[in-house]
Design a protein around this ligand. Structure first.
Ligand SMILES: Cc1cc2nc3c(=O)[nH]c(=O)nc-3n(C[C@H](O)[C@H](O)[C@H](O)COP(=O)(O)OP(=O)(O)OC[C@H]3O[C@@H](n4cnc5c(N)ncnc54)[C@H](O)[C@@H]3O)c2cc1C
Length: 419
């Protein structure tokens, strides 16, 4: 049986003097087994780098946040086998719509227009926890100790040669040495806080109520596509199909406590007010989320890198948070592999922040902020907004430009990750 990396690291520290303890650890540690951490770990593993993932939870959590994987993300992950796994578990949605509650369908955009630019001209809908569970199992199948569950990072020091992490485990507190650390430990990142990296931006006043139901929304709206954005100031909605359920999100614009918002009475009241014929559907999935727009001041500090939500948070309208995090994972894994295998020098790693942070600042924050403003449009703004959508949808070049923005193709081309 292989020795756990924590035990191996503890043994090597005990047997060595300080100079030796600072020698190369021959290990990259990823903190956080969310979709970004696990994707990074999988890409590093495939590139032949020794990687250990530390995750504070005992098992993969059933997490209904992200479900959208955009076309260029699928292109970039194709070689790793992740795209094929997502396609097995997910649902291809070539078309999305902009709608009004009273106006119905306003405009429809078909990813088919991107045909010459992507091998995956659709949005793939798949719950993020299914990707995490798939990668968790794939990594464990390579090596039993590649993912260490119930291992929470609580401290960190670094020197010229590496990073020492303090880790809380079921057996007590241990330290673990790594050559490089990738912090993919989410929006509340412990590592980012330990490094005192500012995370400036804003928190939206509205929370988001997410509901999953077997109720068939096409019974009420027969021209509904699989992905739909409905503009309305108090009831802006995202209605989309995920493989097993329909999912609808509505804003919580007042101070209704989360516990009330999650109750049957509240949820059915909100749905019935908008769709009186909906009856009393089952709502097996429900959650309340706070949305932010924040970007870390630095993505690299010495031998530690931030990726995914640890580096940037944005509102979920447009499905760009996880996709952006996966683009971080791809950029960082490629760069670390180049340096590890001696193909490039350390400056390759500085390129990570230069490539990814401007996209988080300019593309993702700007686009998602615009998405929310458009969704919140009141009756006086909607005429103009809907006229703009209709015009764009009717002009193939304008529709193509819009799809390039919404699918993140434009962002990835701009930052040099796609030709
Ligand atoms: C309602 C909603 C809908 C969304 N929809 C989409 C969408 O359709 N498409 C999209 O692209 N994005 C979407 N997002 C955003 C997406 O969910 C996140 O961007 C994504 O989860 C980020 O993944 P991550 O791996 O960076 O972080 P997380 O998923 O938060 O994972 C972080 C992991 O780190 C672990 N961890 C934390 N602290 C420690 C520690 N100290 N030690 C060890 N482990 C630790 C956590 O337990 C967790 O497993 C949505 C978000 C919301 C709220």
């Amino acid at each position: 049986m292989s020795q756990s990396p924590i035990a191996a690291s503890a043994a090597s520290s005990a047997n060595s003097n300080t100079a030796n303890a600072r020698a190369r650890a021959d290990r990259i540690v990823v903190v956080g087994a969310g979709p970004v951490g696990l994707t990074t770990a999988w890409l590093l593993h495939q590139a032949g780098l020794p990687v250990t993932v530390l995750e504070k939870n005992p098992t993969v959590q059933e997490d209904y946040r992200a479900s959208t994987f955009h076309a260029p993300t699928l292109d970039l992950l194709e070689e790793s086998g992740i795209t094929a796994a997502l396609e097995r578990m997910g649902l291809k949605c070539p078309v999305f719509q902009y709608r009004g509650w009273t106006e119905g369908k306003v405009a429809e955009f078909d990813h088919g227009l991107l045909g010459g630019l992507t091998r995956h001209p659709w949005r793939l809908q798949c719950e993020q926890y299914k990707l995490s569970a798939h990668l968790d199992a794939a990594l464990r199948a390579q090596s039993a100790d590649s993912v260490c569950s119930s291992h929470s990072v609580i401290g960190l020091q670094q020197d010229e040669d590496g990073v020492t992490l303090q880790v809380q485990t079921p057996q007590g507190e241990h330290s673990l040495r790594a050559d490089w650390v990738i912090a993919a430990d989410g929006g509340r990142s412990t590592v980012r806080k330990l490094l005192q990296i500012p995370f400036e931006g804003k928190t939206y006043p509205d929370r988001i109520l997410v509901m999953g139901t077997p109720f068939e929304f096409p019974k009420l709206f027969n021209d509904l596509s699989l992905v739909n954005y409905v503009s309305d100031p108090g009831n802006y909605a995202h209605i989309l199909r995920i493989p097993d359920l329909w999912r609808i999100s509505l804003p919580l614009t007042d101070s209704t406590p989360d516990s009330v918002a999650l109750s049957d009475d509240y949820i059915l009241g909100r749905l019935q007010a908008l769709m009186p014929q909906i009856g009393t559907p089952e709502i097996p999935v429900r959650g309340v989320y706070t949305a932010h727009q924040r970007v870390a001041a630095r993505y690299r500090q010495g031998r530690v890198f931030l990726a995914g939500d640890a580096a940037h948070l944005n509102n979920p309208k447009g499905g760009m948070g996880l996709n952006g995090g996966l683009h971080d994972a791809i950029s960082l894994a490629r760069r670390l592999a180049n340096v590890w295998h001696g193909r490039r020098d350390d400056s390759e790693l500085d390129g990570y922040e230069l490539q990814r942070r401007p996209e988080a600042m300019n593309a993702i924050l700007r686009q998602t902020e615009e998405n929310v403003k458009n969704l919140q449009s009141d009756a006086s703004q909607r005429d103009e907004l809907f006229a703009r959508y209709r015009k764009m949808a009717a002009e193939p070049e304008a529709a193509l430009r819009h799809l390039m923005q919404t699918s993140m193709l434009a962002s990835l081309k701009r930052c040099g990750m796609l030709q």
